[in-house]
Design a protein around this ligand. Structure first.
Ligand code: PMT
Length: 410
């Protein structure tokens, strides 16, 4: 997504400037060409040489510096960029820009550019919460400047609160978000992820190898494409995909069933990537099972509700997407599930393939639709697979919209 993008990285004078080095590296790793511009104060925290070495581009610090071809630096760069990021953004720089002051390279460039500008503020918690800073932030937001709000935690000044520059991963996510077409705006997508844990006794349970990665990738990408997303997940060890995705954590299949049923009426699209246990132990023992003299123990199982099948029965205008995790006869099994559960799409996942299925960051799938069309998706990152699945969902949304009887907008 960031390949060949021209990004201007404005660095201002805050202690978080050292983190901007990592941001630059992550942007370059993703193929962006980064041009760093610095204020005088930023150079007290970190040297231009560091940024120059890592970006491979001259670092611009002087307002009156001309580029090689004698063009005025801030104007030439501002014209050729795709995005400008100010990280860290101090209270001072926010105040200046919000009030139309352009007296250094960074502020003049913000005034001179027509491309999106993203601020990642970083300052003391009291400064961040002050009426003046908040008023400046609101004013800038009203002018369509983008913000990655600071995170909470220990601050360099010794206090604790909101003011740390957001994590680099979050800033990258926001940047990718800015470059993404919002083709799921107006849609509420319910996504399930992860395993279920079916208890046996107070210390044991039955589960599977799902980590939640595939479902989390779908949630992140759907949100990035403008959807409102609700994520219902089994227990997991992953970090939250985004701060703006509400997450409901459940333990077993019946809890997942109830959570999904509670959200179903409010959403238009459901994607079930969770590996829901088909069976659970019939009786959950109150005491820990002790060792048997004869060395064996028989566990009686009963069926869990088939959540997706129930949704298939009660869907109205919903789009339903299921997954089929298989170890043999992939397409045959997937097709049966597609029809039995009345799905619009099913993602057939041969979990015996190297790099595919449970616990890895990549996947290789086939996407089948209700008209018998099959799309083979090669081995890609789960983020990329998620995007391809969502491309198919968007096509279905557009088709439903087209087929809907008049009046369409009422
Ligand atoms: O989480 P990861 O480590 O990233 O792994 C990803 C994954 C392998 C779990 C994922 O890609 C995947 O294949 N998920 C579906 C796993 C599964 O349970 O498949 P299934 O064939 O057993 O179920 C078919 C569909 O019915 C699934 O959409 C499932 O969510 C749903 N189902 C299943 C059983 C049940 N009782 N209720 C359901 O709704």
């Amino acid at each position: 997504m960031l390949k060949n993008k021209e990004i201007i990285l404005g660095v201002t004078g805050g202690i978080a400037a050292y983190k901007t080095v990592e941001l630059l590296r992550e942007l370059s790793k993703r193929g962006a060409n980064v041009h760093v511009v610095m204020t005088q104060n930023a150079q007290r925290f970190i040297t231009p040489l560091t940024f120059q070495t890592l970006s491979g581009n001259p670092v611009l610090c002087d307002m009156f510096q001309l580029l090689e071809d004698s063009k005025i630096g801030h104007v030439a760069l501002a014209d050729s960029a795709d995005l400008m990021v100010i990280a860290p953004a101090t209270a001072n720089i926010l105040g200046k820009i919000a009030n139309g002051i352009a007296d250094d390279f960074v502020t003049t460039m913000v005034m001179a550019t027509k491309v999106p500008v993203l601020f990642a503020p970083s300052m003391n918690v009291n400064m961040w919460e002050s009426d003046i800073v908040q008023r400046n932030v609101e004013r800038l937001k009203a002018h369509r400047y983008e913000f990655m709000d600071p995170a909470e935690g220990d601050l360099a000044c010794g206090s604790v609160g909101k003011g740390r520059m957001a994590d680099i991963e979050e800033i990258i996510e926001k940047i990718e978000d800015i470059f993404t077409t919002k083709d799921l705006t107006g849609q509420h997508v319910l996504i399930t992820a992860g395993p279920t844990l079916e208890p046996i006794d107070p210390v044991r349970y039955i589960t599977n190898r799902s980590t939640g990665r595939m479902g989390f990738a779908l949630a992140k990408m759907a949100r990035r494409r403008g959807a409102e997303v609700t994520l219902i997940t089994g227990p997991h060890y992953l970090s939250v995909p985004r701060r703006d995705i509400p997450q409901i954590v459940v333990n077993d299949a019946r809890e997942m069933h109830d959570a999904v049923a509670g959200c179903f009426d409010d959403c238009q699209i459901v994607i079930m990537a969770a590996a829901v246990a088909d069976f659970r132990p019939q009786d959950v023992l109150e005491e820990k099972i002790t060792k048997r003299k004869n060395g064996s123990y028989c566990l009686e199982m009963e069926k869990n509700p088939d959540i997706l099948k129930e949704l298939g029965e009660k869907k109205r205008n919903h789009i339903l997407v299921g997954f089929a995790a298989e170890t043999s006869e992939l397409m045959e099994h997937a097709e049966v599930k597609l029809q039995e559960k009345k799905l619009d799409l099913i993602v057939a996942n041969d979990v015996t393939q190297p790099g595919a299925g449970f616990g890895v960051d990549t996947n290789r799938v086939k996407i089948l639709d209700a008209f018998g069309k099959v799309r083979t998706v090669p081995l890609l990152s789960k983020d990329e697979v998620a995007h391809i699945i969502l491309d198919h969902v968007v096509k279905l949304v557009k088709k439903k919209e087209k087929d809907r009887p008049w009046p369409r907008n009422w």
